[in-house]
Design a protein around this ligand. Structure first.
Ligand code: ZN
Length: 300
């Protein structure tokens, strides 16, 4: 099933892009389930069984992607993994890490499946990633049981301001440089884990206008999701609703020769097989510097 966030409430979604319809989970279950998605993450099998019992006619709320907010707005922890695809590590000229390279994206940078992102510099880059949502949390979770701790999956964009990310030499500012406002779009909804038979075999793309920027598959992860869950949980307690950004394949702008970055007016489209798509539009940091574009977007 698909769980989206409409006005701060968890909504089950059915349908296709031609017609999406939702049902308010708390309301329709007469309070069996709470209204916030994060409070559902530890009870996914129960929620999925309830949703399966609903008829299509129960889904009466018409939905378009711009209506939706970030599916889990308040995770306790967001983990992101760097250099987790060999071809990506090579293109950015960084050695493959021997243990997962972990940083965070601060929660205030989370945003929904569509919207505008203001660029703080002329070095804003794209990174499409599979994002896993933790269901049942815990410490010292074995890799063999790890997937039982996943509530679901989303598409994520690990937007990165390379200017700040690599400022300061050896003490690179990964977490801060990837946490500007709107730099963590995820969604469009959480697809529950039962709908994804193998998270280690999903294709993904990232493109702008007609240019395909990234085309990869989670088959090529250096540290797969079970390993990441095991590794992280040896250090921290994973909690329901925590997000894990699993890393990006090759094709980022920083790794190109010459380097390429997002420019005002670009529409970035990110897809992962079975999970839907994200669409972000980019505007200049100084709206006066790009007034025409701003006006067009306002009236789009
Ligand atoms: Zn990343």
């Amino acid at each position: 099933m698909r769980i989206a966030n409409l006005n701060g409430r968890a909504i089950a979604v059915r349908g296709t892009h031609e017609g999406l319809f939702g049902v308010d989970i708390a309301e329709s279950s007469s309070g069996q389930f709470p209204p916030a998605a994060i409070d559902l993450t530890a009870r996914i099998p129960e929620v999925v069984a309830w949703e399966a019992s609903l008829k299509d006619s129960a889904f009466t709320i018409p939905i378009t992607l711009p209506d939706l907010m970030t599916p889990i707005p308040n995770p306790a922890q967001i983990f992101a993994i760097g250099m987790n695809y060999a071809d990506h590590a090579t293109e950015v000229n960084i050695d493959l890490p021997e243990v997962p390279a972990v940083f965070t994206k601060f929660a205030s940078s989370l945003s929904g499946p569509t919207g505008r992102v203001r660029m703080p510099s002329d070095q804003v880059d794209w990174e499409v990633e599979l994002v896993a949502v933790i269901g049942a949390g815990g410490r010292n979770i074995s890799r063999y049981e790890a997937l039982e701790h996943i509530a679901g999956y989303m598409i994520g964009q690990d937007l990165s301001d390379r200017k700040l990310q690599f400022a300061g030499g050896t003490a690179s500012q990964f977490s801060l440089g990837k946490s500007y406002e709107g730099f963590t779009p995820v969604g469009p909804w959480m697809t529950t884990a039962d709908d994804i038979s193998n998270p280690g075999n999903l294709t993904m793309t990232c493109s702008r206008q007609d240019q395909v920027l990234q085309s990869g598959t989670t088959k090529n992860l250096v540290f797969d999701l079970p390993y990441l869950v095991e590794h992280l949980s040896t250090v921290v307690e994973l909690r329901p609703g925590d997000l894990i950004f699993t890393g990006t394949p090759d094709g980022v702008g920083f790794g190109r020769d010459p380097k390429e970055f997002l420019v005002a007016g670009d529409e970035l489209v990110s897809t992962i097989e079975g999970l839907g798509e994200l669409r972000q539009t980019f505007v200049a940091s100084n709206p006066l510097a790009d007034e025409t574009n701003e006006m067009e977007l306002e009236h789009a």
